[in-house]
Design a protein around this ligand. Sequence first.
Ligand code: ACM
Length: 625
Amino acid sequence: MKYKFYILLFFVLSQHLYSQHSIIPIPVSYTSTDAVFIFDNQISLEIETNDSQTKQYVAQFRNFLSEIGVSLSDKPTEKSISVSLYKNDISELGDEGYSLEVTKNNINLSANKAAGIFNGIQTLKQLFPVEKTDSIAIAGCNIKDYPRFKWRGLMLDVSRHFFSVEEVKAYINQMSAYKLNVLHWHLTDDQGWRIEIKALPKLTEIGAWRVERHGRFGKSRTVPKPNEKATYGGFYTQEQIKDIVRYAQDRNVTIVPEIDIPGHSMAALAAYPELSVKKEPKYVAPGTKFSEWYGNGKFKMLIENTLNPTDEKVYDFVDKVFTEVAQLFPGNYIHMGGDEAYHGYWEENPKVQKFMKKHKIKDTHELQSYFVKRVKKIINSKGKKMIGWDEILDGGLADGATVMSWRGMKGGIAAAKMKHEVVMSPTTFAYLDYMQGDETVENKIYSSLSLEKSYTFEPVPADIDPKYILGGQGNLWTEAIPTMPYAFYMTYPRAFALVESVWSPAANKNWKNFIQRTQVHFDRFDASNINICKAVLDPIVHVYKENDILMCELKNSIPNSEIYYSIDNTYPVQFGVKYSIPFQIPEGDIKLRTQTFVDGKSIGRELIIDRTILVKRVGKKPFSF
Ligand code: ACM
């Protein structure tokens, strides 16, 4: 009998241990022991605190256990799961850290605060097997863990595409499982105003709806026809917002609402055109092209989408909006956008020019700064701190404003040097709308960002005092993301890379180890039927010319893998050539086929790329080369 038991145990553990060592983000310290905790139905749960938030988190864990078939005993038993708050704080653990010990008979989870218990539970859940099994055991360990930064964010744009309450909750639920604790909710933009403001009903009656168009944002989308009804979109009622805020709180997630002003305001101006300089009637943008981009951040808006910073009515509007926003969101911060505000209509308007002269405002950068400073006062008057995109530095940064650095790290560096708080969310590491793999197999958009590059994100630049860096954030702009399954595909696994940069000590990060752990999380997502991007398994194709000969170099990031290819239109690819060194691509009507294999099995996708496309890639380095 005992013999059989040990065989079973060995089998169970050999399956589970792999997942056990695959925690993302990697903890501060982790040691495994020889002990084994077996989940039978003889386990009691002891909660040694009256803290209601802790009890709520533990109740969620109880649900998780019951869903996988573990019921807890109400009577004292030999085995227990014990959850407690320290009577005297362990300062090292801070507000969100925890310690977790798994022995033969006990799982002990302790923290200073409820948030730490929540985070510890997320780790504990990752110790469970990926697949549902009859017998569950986890190996003994001692974990001490706490975050490097307090702002570990994801931004979700619900303006370019609207996501339902249930979808937003699903997004929050998933991020919280990885200890991401800030949802920056991009609620307004040119393509839709998504938050009910009771004092300004037209914002959602008009601003939340646009004419329905499909396909890519840009010139192939057509403007509204005369009298065409605006039927696509939606908004969140205040009751729905309160529900989402509560849902987030129950997952240790703070929501930072963004109202993007003075630019990106076409939906607001469709409702209240009098708030613009030209006061022309307009529609909510259905994804049509209405701007021209000249590189170097220079651009022109062909339709005015900017509030008039010289009009007192605009500040009344801003006050009304932030009064209600502040009441709905209990967090400390409100984001006022501030990015990509086009100044052309301000520059050409005599009334605006007169206002600037009167107030000794030298140029429109200073005018934007004047606007931002007034908005900041309004936000502060509601008891909140203001954060904005790094354009709020232009023309002079408002005292006490927090800067979200997106055009690289330089805005964040400048702000930190001025002793301002900073959140780093640079395009170079944190833009989750960028393609993750070869553009022949991804939905093509204007830029790429590989998982490997995201993993190199370091939020504290050299020579910057870390105390000014609140943390980092990945941004999911949704122009090309119309559904939640695709939002998950674009967010993960890069969010794993980002959270490891903002939770784990930099010294614990290791790409090879990360990529192995990531594969276990691929299995977790597969098991929960959420499709995330596995582009990291695909070969990376680099084409270049050597003595006028077209050459191809292949690589990938997967340990112990092999890459096979063919360049003679033959398939299947594993009967082609095993890649070892760069090879010539001959002339002719041919395609490159290539795929990654581990232990003779294909992983990832087969890339099939026409020679004509390869030729066009010469001189462009793919990411990770
Ligand atoms: C941004 O990406 N416009 C902040």
